[in-house]
Design a protein around this ligand. Structure first.
Ligand code: NAD
Ligand code: ZN
Length: 271
């Protein structure tokens, strides 16, 4: 059950916000059917991060045991094909339309904040559908349908699978070189860091949504917000890694709590 007093306190803070920023993690997309990394039954319970967490690891494993990598990647394709924004994503898009939410800083690579209608999304770990050239660094965003239908034909529908299938999944850049998904794998540099620090340091309220707070440097962003005097609202059904700096802690799924907060904000503002 949602604690109504906590929802009301959160809504009062959000309704007064001048610069609201949301900071989201994998939990926000859990209700869209995308497993988180660290929840039980999540990706890391079944696949070895040394193998599938780096580009080199995936290529090397694809050469040594193609069927295992095919099964990991096929499962990923099917998960992303089915994923649609959930009520939590839509509530954030509505808060942006109401000129309350200024931006979303997300650790997710799934594009679901954009698909829900948010326009200012800082993706610190990149976006699966954006491709980056390995030589000239040019970036191009493909549609979800285009990227996943190609991935389906190469991974799921192909009779056989080996390293060469994986290579055909990499589009060719105008410069002639190969492109790869513009996502941050283990050990790679996090993206849009100065912009994210700027957003966090200048917001007056931060919503922390479905993150375990263990992936740095992203997990340091709430401290920038708090350090600048922002109020913090942490929504997570299982754990509250930022409880020490939070004004309101809500132990509930974001797909349940965010629409409730939105409803109360609309009442407060007479909309
Ligand atoms: P995490 O897997 O470490 O933690 C997930 C958090 O979400 C947990 O605290 C869990 O209690 C919470 N949670 C679970 N269900 C929830 C729900 N319905 N509502 C709200 N919270 C819920 O995730 P993280 O902190 O984002 O770190 C993992 C890293 O893995 C991220 O940096 C991201 O790059 C990547 N990742 C992305 C996706 C995605 O794009 N959807 C999915 C998995 C992992
Ligand atoms: Zn190029």
């Amino acid at each position: 059950m949602v604690n109504e007093a906590d929802i009301t306190r959160a809504a009062e803070i959000v309704a007064k916000a001048k610069n609201l920023v949301a900071f989201s993690g994998a939990g926000v997309s859990a209700e869209s059917g995308i497993p988180t990394f660290r929840d039980p039954g999540g990706i890391w319970d079944r696949f070895d991060p040394d193998e599938v967490g780096t580009t080199g690891g995936i290529f090397s494993a694809a050469a040594r045991k193609p069927e295992a990598i095919r099964s990991f990647l096929s499962e990923t394709v099917e998960t992303f094909e089915k994923a649609r924004p959930n009520p939590g994503h839509f509530a954030l898009a509505e808060l942006e339309r109401m000129n309350i939410l200024r931006s979303v800083i997300t650790q997710n690579i799934d594009d679901l904040h954009f698909q829900a209608g948010n326009t200012r999304v800082l993706e610190v770990h990149g976006n699966l559908y954006r491709q980056r050239c390995l030589a000239c660094n040019k970036k191009t965003k493909l549609t979800k349908e285009k990227y996943l239908s190609k991935a389906r034909s190469v991974l799921i529908e192909a009779k056989e699978f080996d390293l060469s299938n994986l290579l055909t999944l990499m589009p060719t850049c105008e410069c002639g070189s190969s492109m790869r998904p513009d996502v941050v794998m283990f050990g790679e540099a996090v993206q849009v860091v100065p912009e994210s620090i700027q957003e966090a340091s200048t917001c007056d309220v931060m919503l922390i949504l479905g993150t375990s707070g263990v992936v740095y440097p992203a997990a340091s962003l709430p401290r920038y917000a708090r350090g600048s005097g922002a109020k913090i609202i942490d929504i997570n059904p299982r754990e509250h890694p930022f409880a020490d700096m939070s004004d309101v802690v809500i132990s509930e799924k974001t797909g349940v709590a965010l629409p409730r907060i939105l409803e109360e904000v609309k009442k407060i503002r007479g909309e």
